[in-house]
Design a protein around this ligand. Sequence first.
Ligand code: AMP
Ligand code: TRP
Length: 332
Amino acid sequence: MTRVFSGIKPTGHMTLGNYLGAVRRWAEVDQYRSESLFCVVDLHALTVEHDPGRVLRLSRQLATLLLAAGLDPKVSTLFVQSHVDEHARLSYLLECTATDGEMRRMIQYREKSAQAQAAGEGVRLSLLTYPVLMAADILAYGTDEVPVGDDQTQHVELTRDLAVRFNQRYGQTFVVPRAVKPEVAARVMDLQEPTSKMGKTTTGTGGVVFVLDEPEVVRKKVMRAVTDSGTGCEYDPVGRPGVANLLDVLAACTGGDPEELAGVYESYGALKRDTAEAVVEVLRPVRERHAELAADGGFVDGVLREGAEKARGMARPRVDAAYRAVGLMPVG
Ligand code: AMP
Ligand code: TRP
């Protein structure tokens, strides 16, 4: 059976981009057609300035939201990365496989290291090595498919390269995975700045819809979305990114096609109103279920405890095999 692994970082509240680009498909499709693992990748949140209390709160909140979105712990495995030592254990071997040059080419590293420098903060070494830890997350489980949004393509490519290189050097150890992206909404853009990705950590969040936003807040954000000059709702992501983004979001929420929807609307106002309502309706059940689950923290903790135990059992044999393959001595 196909093995699926994916993760989400507790660096901010879950966004509509996370939901439409990744999480919704994990819950609605992936877990039922494959053996899947979904992970709150908390170690990845430490690569930039962070508040320890906030990372802790967000980790629990994201796990709760993943369950609220429909992940079923009877069908898939949900756990927290730092609960399973194999990720960090394997990451070191992959640091010994990757080169300095290929790490420095990663787009996210370039962007985030520039941001840290501009803010007068040091660039943490872990920001450079982060994609190697992500590769370890994936390779430890013999993953075939990694369902992610568009921004993770380069990291999954690196993961493939490392798997192939390791296998060539030390013998067949890892499955070579591939990224799987949604047809629409693989990159939901910021509503205020439609040439940038809608991100959890954006400052000034008027352009970011969060999964837990109240309906009134969602409506306000969508109605204030920046559209392009001109009239008519053509679907042109390059020339008219604001309108194209609304069409993408509407299509993703209603199961339609953005180009076809473009022909339906004559005014931006009507497009925004329908998009706002579609988003409110898609998020409503998740928000309501989250409120129920958040009231029962013991349940979420139990799911994560069992998930970590299962994940550990799945990862350990492959990570042990990798340790032996590179020449490390087993315990006698
Ligand atoms: P992150 O927020 O970086 O932890 O991302 C978790 C998942 O959501 C990854 O698969 C990302 O590719 C996906 N994702 C994040 N932001 C967006 C976005 N704006 N549009 C589509 N997918 C996204
Ligand atoms: N790097 C991913 C992101 O920023 C999160 C992530 C970490 C991940 N490990 C992963 C995604 C493994 C898929 C598989 O969104």
